[in-house]
Design a protein around this ligand. Structure first.
Ligand code: HEC
Length: 173
């Protein structure tokens, strides 16, 4: 099923961007589709910088701080309903001061497709205001965060194309 959807997206993008390299096409189409779902890209980036960059870095680079690095990695958490829900239930996200679900979805799509970029699986759908609004009702408590991350990292390795090093907070450089 995913391949059918993907073929449609790829075909649509190929029509728009005939210059894309054939091998990167499905991924590039997915990233482009994710970014184009953002209603106000400037605001999405500004919201990320204001609310998240203090800990995660403006570019999503935070190593060697003891928190998961987002750049080129956070997209690994996007491929199953449970891993997507984990992102939306993180306390800093679920309880964000951004009360408008579309504005929060926009910021998260910037995080996933802009900062996470190449780490999404082709065919990954952007967050919608509806999905964000539903999942944020079930905020995780800080007590459960470590165990929750472990669980979803294993799913991401099995099903979402994440490398084994995703178990660590950042790639060794
Ligand atoms: C006070 C510092 C701080 C702020 C501010 C913060 N985070 Fe985090 N974030 C963390 C820590 C610490 C973790 C690790 C939680 C854990 O133990 O799993 C984390 C985890 C995450 C993860 C999970 C990544 C993974 O690989 O498991 C995402 C995504 C994330 N934060 C996004 C955000 C976003 C988006 C914002 C802004 C709304 C934000 N964070 C604000 C400290 C912060």
């Amino acid at each position: 099923m995913r391949w059918i959807v993907l073929a449609g997206v790829t075909a649509a993008l190929a029509a728009l961007s005939p210059t894309l390299a054939a091998t990167d096409e499905p991924l590039a189409a997915t990233v482009a589709q994710g970014l184009s779902a953002i209603t106000d890209p400037e605001l999405a980036k500004a919201d990320y910088v204001e609310h998240c960059a203090g800990c995660h870095g403006v570019q999503g680079l935070s190593a060697p701080a003891k928190l998961p690095e987002l750049r080129g990695r956070v997209g690994y958490m996007m491929c199953t309903p449970a891993t997507r829900a984990y992102l939306l239930r993180l306390p800093n996200i679920a309880k964000s001061r951004l009360s408008d679900n579309q504005q929060l979805a926009d910021m998260l799509n910037f995080m996933v497709f802009g900062i996470g970029g190449q780490s999404v699986l082709p065919g990954t759908k952007p967050f919608t205001a509806h999905e964000v609004g539903f999942e944020r009702q079930f905020a995780l408590t800080s007590a459960s965060l470590v165990a929750e991350r472990k669980r979803h990292v294993e799913t991401s390795i099995r099903q979402c194309g994440a490398p084994a090093s995703f178990r660590d907070f950042y790639q060794p450089r």
